[in-house]
Ligand binder design. Structure first.
Ligand code: ADP
Ligand code: ZN
Length: 688
């Protein structure tokens, strides 16, 4: 079987994603590889597909037991023979697994790094024919990474002790040079083929909100998410407890996770979230590494994290199945202080490093925090900023982030202007002058006492703008004042007055335009399609069936089928096994196992709903969605021309950096990518 046939038969996909083919080919050619791909890009397939094709077993080293359990049950469901060896096995299970392993029954064995040094493992390793050792989350080997695990340092000894040297493949989502170098060196990769795929995740909508009150905003957001599931990240354990408690009191289905909880509770809460018994997971960054729940629809950061690497990794846990998903950051200025404090404290706590190393680390952490802060406050495209940080050039407008979507647009306010000016005119006719608030109250038809006592509720302009927000009227009023169509005198009793130009508005009815922020909705098309599914009757039925099958088999729902697969079923409406096999995410084994149940349901549904409309044209498959976004990107691309660096520019660059400006900020000033600024500074010998 070739790799494409393996992909189809076991995993049910028709084509490889960017980078997957290349990595697989190199592995099959006997080469060590290092795959650097963002979360959700599909790293697992890069070693699982060759594992099924190589002679001998593939040993996967993976940092978290929960991840292993998940991956192995997904593989077994897909018809692959796989097992894991970790502390969660009983004595008998362990003995049985070892026995089968020695008989060569498995294609893949997942092992926790902590087991590597044990005698048992050495014996196993010497009796197995190991074709490949794969290291997942390989950045854990580096002290510069965010999740250093000392046990990862034993991996190279383990490999060296094997009777023949296997192919070694390593995967991570962390892209910085230091970590990359550490991985190659500490894992002993031999002349590896390295591949970094694009970091963009077009299905993710990025948004930064600066709310007055974070909790109120969080509640509003969660209400708007319907029954979708997602993660809320907080900085501290205390915050996690607080937010989770409040959410439960407010009737949300939420659970919590942080390092201070007993193991048993953590495991239980995590399972509750994965198995859809709880909709919302409130957690510190201790939660998530290796959590492969593919149907997470949103990741909300209640606090700004300490750097963009962490943010992108955590936010990237949304939308792994390719469906539209939201990544929302609630920013408050105090987040910067908290993070600074935490960075400084972790310097004190870190006893493994020399003073000099500590200082370098501290400086680096502060620089990263600065860039994170800049992301949270920039008015430019958030996606461009983030990709720029990882050294990737992107258009300055993505159309799928809050800054692009909510960017200002020119609005015709001619009618509103007439209403506002007439209102001031009517007040004046009564021989009165008032401030802005009274004008706004009259227009909105407020019933406040003072307004009533003047009899303003009898004015012809009373309540004629009751469908417009006070904020918007105030913005329009300010615009008229700044244009000289009205006057505003400050002082003890600030008042709005008419001017000679006022007549132009009410008598001549001249057109008035102004820039107003757009409404806060993610790009329209995608949202419409999304809601098509959320209340599509067939989709709901398919979901019910999936959930029932999952709970019967005692596996998480997404292991049976992802939402993306269900959406594809809505579109294709397969009623035969052959048609069912064309659904994205359906392989041979799954078709055998579930095909009949789903086809029967779909048949019944079609005959009982003959009039029903099918899925909207355009979006449906994640691939189509990505193509759409790509087209959108290209069509709206405002190109930044790659000019050469002039001497003057270089001089400015050096000066700005010396003044303590963050690299991202400088990039914004020069309209260049963070990567290009960084490499320039490097060339000039200013940074290492
Ligand atoms: P990562 O480990 O990089 O975070 P995963 O390996 O967990 O990502 O894959 C993320 C999701 O993408 C999974 O739901 C997987 O089924 C899906 N996926 C991976 N490769 C493909 C492909 N070639 N076609 C369609 N879906 C894919
Ligand atoms: Zn954007």
């Amino acid at each position: 079987m070739d790799k494409l046939a393996v992909l189809k038969e076991y995993f049910g996909h028709d084509s490889f994603r960017e980078g997957q083919s290349d990595l697989i080919d190199h592995i099959l050619g006997g080469c060590d590889v290092l795959g650097i791909m963002p979360t959700g890009a599909g790293k697992s397939l890069c070693y699982q597909v060759p594992a099924l094709m190589l002679k001998g077993v593939t040993i996967v080293i993976s940092p978290l037991i929960s991840l292993m359990k998940d991956q192995v049950s997904a593989l077994v469901t897909a018809g692959v023979s796989a097992a894991c060896i970790n502390s969660s096995l009983t004595q008998e299970e362990y003995a049985d697994t070892m026995h089968r392993a020695c008989r060569g029954e498995y294609s893949l064995i997942y092992i926790a790094p902590e087991r590597l040094g044990t005698q048992e493992m050495e014996r196993l390793a010497s009796s197995l024919d190991v074709a490949m050792v794969t290291i997942d989350e390989a950045h854990c080997v580096s002290q510069w990474g965010q999740d250093f695990r000392p046990s990862y340092l034993h991996i190279s000894e383990f490999i060296a002790a094997l009777p023949r040297r296997p192919i070694v493949s390593a995967f991570t989502a962390t892209a910085t040079d230091t970590v990359r170098d550490d991985i190659v060196r500490l894992l002993g990769l031999r002349d590896p083929f390295s591949l970094v795929t694009g970091f963009d995740r077009p299905n993710l909508y990025f948004s930064v909100i600066k709310p007055q009150n974070k909790y109120t905003e969080l509640r509003r957001l969660l209400n708007s998410m319907g029954d979708k599931c997602g993660i809320v990240y907080c900085l501290s354990r205390r915050n996690v407890e607080e937010v989770c408690e409040k959410l439960n009191a407010d009737g949300f289905s939420a659970t919590r996770y942080h390092a201070g909880l007993p193991d048993s509770e953590r495991r239980m809460n995590q399972d509750d979230f994965i198995y859809d018994r709880k909709r919302i997971m409130v957690a510190t960054n201790a939660f998530g590494m290796g959590i492969d729940k593919s149907d997470v629809a949103f990741v909300i950061h209640y606090n700004m994290p300490k750097n963009i690497e962490s943010y992108y990794q955590e936010a990237g846990r949304a939308g792994r199945d390719g469906s539209p998903a939201q990544c929302i950051l609630l920013y408050g200025a105090s987040d910067v202080r908290t993070n600074t404090f935490m960075i400084e404290r972790s310097r004190e706590d870190n006893t493994a490093l020399s003073d000099e190393e500590k200082d370098t680390m501290l400086e680096r952490d502060k620089e990263r925090l600065k860039e994170m802060t800049f992301y949270s406050t920039t008015s430019g495209c958030l996606r461009e900023f983030m990709l720029g940080y990882f050294g990737e050039k992107a258009p300055s407008y993505c159309g799928n982030c809050s800054n692009c979507v909510n960017g200002f647009e020119e609005v015709d306010i001619t009618i509103d202007a007439q209403k506002i000016v007439s209102c001031v005119f009517r007040i004046k006719q009564k021989g009165q002058y008032f401030g802005k608030t009274m004008v706004i109250d009259i227009l909105r038809g407020s019933e406040n006492e003072r307004l009533m006592s003047f009899g303003f509720n009898k004015l012809s302009t009373y309540g004629i703008m009751n469908d417009v927000s006070a904020k918007k009227i105030r913005a329009e009023l300010d615009h008229l004042i700044s244009g000289g169509y009205l006057a505003f005198t400050e002082g003890e009793y600030p008042v709005v007055e008419l001017t000679p130009l006022s007549a132009k508005i009410v008598k001549e009815r001249i057109p008035v335009k102004m820039n107003l922020p757009k409404e806060k909705t993610p790009s329209g098309k995608r949202r419409a399609d999304d809601s098509f599914y959320s209340d599509n009757p067939l989709f709901m039925e398919l979901k019910k069936l999936r959930n029932r099958l999952a709970s019967e088999a005692n596996v998480p729902a997404y292991i049976v089928f992802s939402d993306a697969a269900l959406r594809d079923m809505c579109r294709i409406r397969p009623t035969t096994r052959e048609q069912f096999l064309t659904v994205s995410g359906v392989g041979k084994r799954k078709a055998e196992q579930y095909g009949e149940a789903f086809c029967t349901l779909i048949k019944e549904h079609i005959s009982s709903h003959p009039e029903e409309e099918t899925a909207p044209e355009g979006e449906v498959s994640p691939l189509q969605l990505q193509l759409d976004s790509l087209r959108e990107l290209v069509s709206t691309k405002r190109s930044v021309s790659p000019r050469a660096w002039s001497d003057r520019e270089e001089h400015e660059l050096a000066e700005e950096f010396a003044q303590g400006k963050a690299i991202a900020e400088i990039a914004q000033l020069h309209r260049r990518t963070v990567g290009s600024i960084r490499s320039r500074l490097k060339k000039m010998g200013i940074i290492g």
